[in-house]
Design a protein around this ligand. Structure first.
Ligand code: MG
Length: 203
């Protein structure tokens, strides 16, 4: 399976990092080795001094597809959930300055946290879903899917032009503002419409 990640999909996060608003979705991949095993703490890697949490709505692809029109994109997933796109921001800033690919900062082992999934028929609308991250019980990120620049279905249309989507692939749909450094002993908890879908210790 593969993990397809979207960058810069929320205006408030673009502004906090002083990035430019993209004309089309920013896309990068993480390998399956990036997935943090369930119930495992996240250990901050030795090569970075600044790992940021990025809480994101994630989508699990349920069947194979290519060149999927956004009108039909809803047929390609039945579950959404929450994930964390851990980012070594110091490494990423250096790579960005030098015009280099982001993988070392985004795709390292443990950088993809995948929480529990919820069937999409539990939601009235996928375009009004609240989500929230707490760190040691303090709210650090709050978002709503209604603030996405590109909706889930539009993202599926876009990424499936380039990559065949297969059952089990996961799309990270971008983070809202509030990204910040994690430290040893932090406990992160993620909520989707107030339902807790992930809990994670940092080491
Ligand atoms: Mg991200």
């Amino acid at each position: 399976m593969k993990i397809i990640c979207i960058g810069r999909n929320y205006v408030d996060h673009i502004e906090e990092l002083n990035n430019e608003r993209p004309l089309e979705p920013v896309v990068f991949l993480k390998p399956d080795t990036a997935i943090l095993p369930k119930k495992t703490p996240f250990t901050i890697p030795a090569f970075t001094n600044e790992v940021h949490h990025e809480l994101e709505i994630i989508v699990k692809i349920s069947k194979v597809g290519k060149y999927i029109d956004k009108k039909f994109a809803h047929k390609y997933y039945d579950e959404i959930g929450l994930g964390i796109d851990f980012t070594a921001r110091d490494i990423q800033n250096n790579l960005k300055e030098n015009g280099l690919p982001w993988e070392k900062s985004k795709a390292f082992d443990g950088s993809a946290v995948i929480g529990d999934f919820v069937p999409i028929n539990c939601f009235n609308s996928l375009e009004n879903i609240k989500f929230e991250l707490t760190n040691n019980q303090r709210i650090v990120q709050q978002g709503n899917s209604n603030r996405m620049i590109w909706s889930i279905d539009e993202l599926i249309e876009h990424v499936s032009k380039y990559f065949t989507l297969k059952k089990g692939d996961i799309i990270f749909t971008g983070t809202p503002k509030g990204v910040a450094k994690v430290n040893p002993n932090d406990v992160l908890e993620g909520f989707l419409n107030d339902k807790k879908l992930l809990r994670l210790h940092i080491r």
